[in-house]
Ligand binder design. Structure first.
Ligand code: PGA
Length: 240
């Protein structure tokens, strides 16, 4: 595991954007695994700048980690919306090469199987971007998630609902379920980059990097991944 400590959110974003850019240069038809939340916003905006300066994204395929159950793609808090607003509308990834779990599917179990099959058909994920929850979750894989999980239906942890309530008018409006790629799906990516910024992530980062590998801290499983880099700012690294 590589741990890169940088000064702040902006330097974290610049470092990760550079790593994604390098991946696209090395392999223009890469399959990228993408994350949502506050943490990757700077990365997406820098990647949009790379595109504005001429980088072609048209051969990429992308898979998002997760989506809330019950939020339609045009709901402003859906991850479909987030990705369109913050990234896809600013680059030239082909719409039919963009994949996000469908949280509105009638048969959610079938949707999970379909999503795993799509990842497989694409040849697997080359580079997976991750944030980390204050409880150590990755994607929406909450503490206690088995390491063998593929895409699955998740009951969100209370702490996650609280953390995400800031994006909704009230906590009652935060969905309680999501579809998420599983721990095994993430571990199968060829390379993983986990980003973290701010003191609220310091305990989770410390447990993930230095603690035992345990389902109680889902990100700790990354200690077992052969090619993982944590890019964390000083505040998030303060307990290391
Ligand atoms: P955040 O969420 O980027 O909004 O802090 C990260 C996560 O929960 O994975």
């Amino acid at each position: 595991m590589n741990v890169v400590v940088v000064a702040n959110f902006d330097s974290m974003s610049a470092e990760v954007a550079k790593m994604v850019f390098a991946q696209i240069v090395r392999k223009p038809d890469s399959v990228l695994g993408l994350a949502t939340g506050s943490t990757p916003l700077g990365v997406y905006s820098l990647l949009a700048e790379y595109h504005a300066r001429g980088t072609d994204f048209s051969r990429l395929t992308t898979f998002n980690l997760d989506e809330y159950v019950g939020l339609a793609p045009d709901h402003p808090q859906s991850y479909h919306w987030y990705m369109r607003e913050n990234f896809f509308s600013k680059v030239n990834i082909k719409p039919d090469r963009i994949f996000i779990p469908n949280g509105m599917a009638e048969d959610l179990e079938a949707e999970c199987l379909r999503y795993d099959e799509l990842i497989k058909q694409a040849g697997g994920i080359d580079l997976q971007l991750l944030g980390i929850g204050s409880n150590g979750h990755i994607g929406f894989n909450e503490p206690g998630t088995e390491f063998g999980t593929t895409t699955h239906i998740v009951d969100l942890a209370e702490s996650t609902i609280r953390d995400n309530a800031r994006f909704f008018e009230s906590i009652d409006q935060v969905p309680t379920r999501a579809l998420s790629m599983g721990i095994k799906s993430i571990m199968q990516a060829k390379e993983v980059i986990l980003m973290a910024s701010g003191g609220s992530k310091a305990d989770a980062v410390c447990a993930a990097v230095k603690g035992p590998v345990t389902t109680a801290v889902p990100a700790s499983v990354l200690q077992l991944h052969p090619c993982v880099t944590f890019v964390v700012d000083q505040a998030a690294a303060s307990r290391l």
